[in-house]
Design a protein around this ligand. Structure first.
Ligand code: SIN
Length: 278
């Protein structure tokens, strides 16, 4: 079958068909994938049906693979099982947090470079699509005056901010447990070595440094609304075997809600960050 490569929306996403299984574990495929990620933010290999060994091998060709100790995978410490079934993952109870727009690793010094997610089981009821929002494109679309207003602003990212979206009224014990996770101050606008800029926003963004709480919240909410407008977003409707990779440094993402009894099962690997937020 001939490999096809097509852009998905005007700003975001590339869909590649007919590259399946161990054919992905190839240096040139990995180089082309990295280039497509830089250009389009999300790369989708339709019905790639990549096995777990090959998923790890392909991830290693793309970057440095992060071990995921709570991944719940019986044989691969690099793979995290994404599911709401507690018998398959110790993190099943936290999945509701991923229903809100977020960027992974915002409380780390260097947020993850990219994530690979492949669908092992897709529910029949259609729940659990994944959406992406391109914050490079959202920033680019701002006027020079709007961009200047964001210059130099810093944001505190924390686990508690993201948990409050799921549990708005925590018990003192829950709150204390969240607060044990260290928060981190990051620039609001992330400028890359090559000059491109994206917005570091989403569920973990709690407050804007030096602004009254309500004013900072309003700014962060407004930026999130703007970055997730239809022209900057891409909705992926999963088929079993799809492999989706996104550039975590500029793509907000979220899972559309799926129930606790859903059969949805994804296998995920993560690539270590490569650039400090500056
Ligand atoms: C995630 O947010 O890490 C997972 C996204 C998904 O399950 O679609």
């Amino acid at each position: 079958m001939t490999v096809t490569v097509s852009d998905i929306t005007p700003t975001t996403g590339v869909e590649i068909t007919a590259l399946v299984g161990d054919r992905l574990v190839d240096r040139q495929v990995a180089e082309e994938c990295r280039a497509a990620l830089d250009r389009r933010g999300v790369v989708i290999y339709r019905e790639a049906h990549i096995g777990d060994d090959d998923l790890v091998a392909f991830s290693r060709l793309l970057g440095q693979v992060v071990p995921l100790p709570l991944g719940g995978h019986p044989t691969h410490c690099e793979i995290q099982r994404i599911t709401r079934d507690p018998s398959k993952s110790p993190l099943a109870a936290c999945r509701e947090g991923t229903f809100h727009w977020h960027i992974d690793g915002t409380t780390d010094e260097v947020p993850n470079k990219a994530t690979l997610l492949t669908a092992r089981q897709v529910p029949d009821d259609g729940g659990g699509d994944t959406e992406f929002a391109n914050t490079f494109a959202a920033y680019e679309a701002m006027s020079d005056t709007e961009k200047a207003e964001l210059d130099g602003l810093r944001v505190v990212h924390g686990f508690a901010a993201s948990q409050l979206l799921v549990t708005p009224d925590p018990s003192p014990r829950e709150r204390a447990a969240w607060d044990r996770n260290p928060s981190r101050e990051q620039p609001l606008v992330w400028t890359r070595a090559g000059g491109r800029r994206s917005l570091l926003i989403g569920a973990t963004a709690g407050e804007v440094v030096g602004r009254p709480a309500a004013e900072g919240r309003a700014l962060l909410d407004d930026l999130l609304d703007r970055a997730t407008r239809p022209e900057f977003t891409l909705r992926h409707r999963w088929r079993r075997g799809d492999l989706v990779i996104w550039d975590n440094t500029g793509m907000l993402h979220r899972a559309l809600p799926y129930g606790e009894a859903s059969s949805r099962l994804m296998h995920r690997t993560s690539l270590a960050g490569e650039e400090l937020v500056a």
